[in-house]
Ligand binder design. Structure first.
Ligand code: AHR
Length: 657
């Protein structure tokens, strides 16, 4: 049935013209299905929407090293502040000198506006640090967290003094504990009297309570939200930012490792990509760099999947060949890939393994996958990728290479790319689909007919961009859940899947929908987040055959999407069911192959249901959230249930109880 006929049939069913007799669903547990890859289900991180600086990275100071093209972006200066070059960090050479004003009532000071404000919470601890040196004689600075409140006065919520005693560059640290919570605060640094010149560089403010308490840390609530999804894979550092608007601004991982103070700034392409969401102060400090990404993967138990430039600048913005690296000059780019594998896995005697060890992680990170190129297309991609594949295979035959099928889920380019990925022997192909409702409704059978002989699938970027709304309303998440039954059923070929994008700051987003939203102090998990987590928490170990009238339940004609898995670790079987229609669906579940003598008598039903337009927000974070109940059943092999309209439900039986 073609897509149009199919959608028509589905539409007829949704209007309720079909009979409401129970739908018989058959599940066969007697045969073990395909193993579900441990990399299912995962996360895709990109520094878009202020996901890194201003987001997951806990730094509160914007432009902490004065390296933005306009050196005082984010800062206000007062009195006598001079910008100088040649500081202690070669790749971030700028620093400032605070000098006396020569007047008893004039102050020399710096004030930072943070990312959409410097926000802090009452009684929480914030670690201020600065590299400083006294110029001629010991100096003193005063650090304040302030509330430039609407009454026109600035209220100081915390302050500390630091004596800068040495004429050599040294790191100074103090902890500030605010007396009030402030969302749009500021950080101020004053030169104290008697004034004596002092040099300052890398001015930083981070919560003490970061994820895992690390000093160069991550925002705890955001990292925790990621970890709670138990991701199987974590792709980083992103999509288009890997490529850059031009080659100079591509993501270069080597610039993001080593001492944090010496990681050079990079332009973030998302600051100007959309002129309706224009953020000219959006840069990448590299503070959340490749070491931190690998560490996060390890903390979460996710397989790391770094993606590197293939030598093509973003193809959307660069038509001409001259914008890309010539095919015979890819040496540095290929070296970046090989060196990255060494950084992650090499022993500590290797050049890059030593860099990792010096950063505090002598043990390898266990990298198994590498992505080469983001959503590239055309012959220009193939000729370049081919060289990477040869080099990686030669040196690291066990590393799995992820190629691309371009930005669209079908079409001539897509077919060509899949053919070429197969010819080149890519292990996985990254597919992207930001599509409307109709696509999600009709694509649950997408992988049923894929060849089982070629590369595996990485559904690397997807989200239902609903009905022109492009918001995180419940209906979009429901349709994602429906589509994902097809990922699950095809576990023999779909090895990874990651919703995208992951993060968005409510004041700084460029792209929506996204999985997790936040302001500076609060965060909210969207309906799509809950769908991803529910799949991940209930992913099982093997597929189980589930059919309606002998066919997979792909929504055709009845709006019912289903899949089933077994979990060999606890003997449970798990059924996912999505009803996208406006009426409830009666289901008659016939289960074959249950272990004799161990029949369960209850089923745990986890349900996600809300008005289709409902959205979780910072103020109302739980409008859409899963509910759990236990249902008694007389016979686990033959039971009935009513799946409400517009509902995603997960039925979980333990066969061992
Ligand atoms: O996720 C946002 C963007 O979408 C990614 O950067 C890119 O890969 C895709 O076009």
């Amino acid at each position: 049935m073609n897509i149009t006929t199919r959608l028509l049939a589905t539409a007829v069913a949704f209007t309720g013209l079909y009979a409401t007799a129970a739908t018989t669903v058959e599940i066969d547990l007697s045969k073990k299905g395909a193993p579900i890859a441990p990399t299912m289900y995962g996360l895709f991180f990109e520094d878009i929407n202020y996901a890194a600086d201003g987001g997951l990275y806990a730094e509160k100071v914007k432009n902490r090293s004065f390296e933005f093209p306009e050196a005082f972006t984010g800062w206000t200066t007062a009195g006598n502040v001079e910008l100088l070059d040649g500081g202690p960090f070669e790749r971030n050479p700028h620093y400032v000198r605070l000098k006396p004003t020569g007047h008893p009532h004039k102050h020399t000071a710096l004030e930072n506006e943070g990312f959409f404000g410097v926000s802090f919470e009452k009684d929480a601890e914030y670690r201020f640090s600065v590299w400083a040196r006294a110029v001629d004689s010991p100096a003193k600075i005063r650090v304040e967290l302030t509330d430039p409140a609407s009454d026109g006065e600035t209220h100081v919520m915390a302050q500390q003094e630091i004596a800068v005693t040495s004429g050599e560059w040294k790191k100074y640290t103090t902890v500030l504990t605010p007396s009030e919570t402030v969302v749009k605060g500021k950080l101020r640094v004053f030169l104290c009297r008697p004034e004596s010149e002092v040099d300052l560089e890398h001015i930083s403010l981070m919560p003490v309570d970061t994820w895992k308490g690390r000093e160069n840390g991550l925002r705890a609530d955001l990292a925790e939200a990621l970890a709670e999804t138990h991701p199987g894979v974590f792709r980083f550092p992103g999509g288009c930012i890997v490529e850059g608007t031009d080659l100079n601004t591509r993501y270069q991982w080597k610039n993001t490792v080593g001492p944090v103070e010496n990681r050079p700034l990079n332009e973030n392409r998302w600051h100007y990509t959309f002129t309706h969401r224009f953020y000219p102060d959006y840069y990448q400090s590299g503070g959340l760099g490749f070491f931190e990404f690998f560490q996060l993967c390890e903390d979460m138990g996710a397989a790391p999947l770094p993606v590197l430039s293939v030598g093509l600048a973003c193809q959307y913005q660069n038509d001409a060949d001259s914008c890309h690296v010539p095919v015979d000059s890819l040496g540095e780019y290929i070296a970046d890939a090989l060196d990255l594998i060494e950084f992650a896995n090499g022993d500590t005697t290797t050049t890059w393994g030593k860099v990792r060890a010096d950063m505090g992680h002598p043990a390898p990170f266990g990298l198994q996958y590498i992505g080469i190129g983001n959503e590239q297309w055309g012959d220009e991609f193939i000729v370049r990728l081919e060289q990477f594949v040869k080099a990686i295979r030669k040196q690291y035959p066990d590393i799995k290479i992820v190629g691309s099928s371009g930005p669209y889920p079908d079409g001539k380019d897509f077919d060509m790319l899949w053919g070429e990925m197969t010819r080149l022997g890519a292990d996985l192909v990254d597919e992207h689909f930001y599509r409307p409702e109709s696509w999600f409704l009709s694509s649950a059978d997408r992988y049923d007919s894929y060849s089982r002989k070629g590369p595996k699938v990485f559904a690397g970027e997807y989200a239902c961009h609903g009905n022109g709304k492009k918001r995180n309303h419940f209906n979009a998440a429901l349709l994602e859940a429906a589509f994902m039954t097809g990922l699950e059923r095809n576990a023999d070929i779909v090895e990874m899947a990651t919703y995208a994008p992951l993060f968005a700051h409510v004041e700084g987003w460029q792209w929506r929908p996204d999985m997790i939203w936040y302001d500076n102090l609060r965060s909210v998990k969207t309906s799509s987040y809950h769908v991803q987590k529910l799949y991940s928490d209930n992913k099982g170990t093997h597929t189980a055959r589930l059919t309606v009238d002998g066919k997979p339940a792909t929504g055709e004609g009845n709006g019912l999407y289903m899949s089933a898995v077994k979990d060999e670790t606890d003997g449970s079987y798990i059924v996912k069911a999505v009803n996208v229609t406006d009426s409830s669906i009666a289901i008659d579940m016939k289960v074959k192959g249950l272990k004799k003598g161990k029949m369960p008598d209850t089923v745990t039903v986890t349900t996600l249901h809300a008005d289709t337009d409902a959205e979780n927000t910072l103020d109302r974070p739980d409008t859409v959230s899963p509910t759990v109940k236990r249902l008694a059943v007389d016979n686990a092999a033959d039971w009935t249930t009513e799946l409400p309209a517009k509902t995603f439900a997960i039925y979980r039986f333990s066969n061992n109880q």
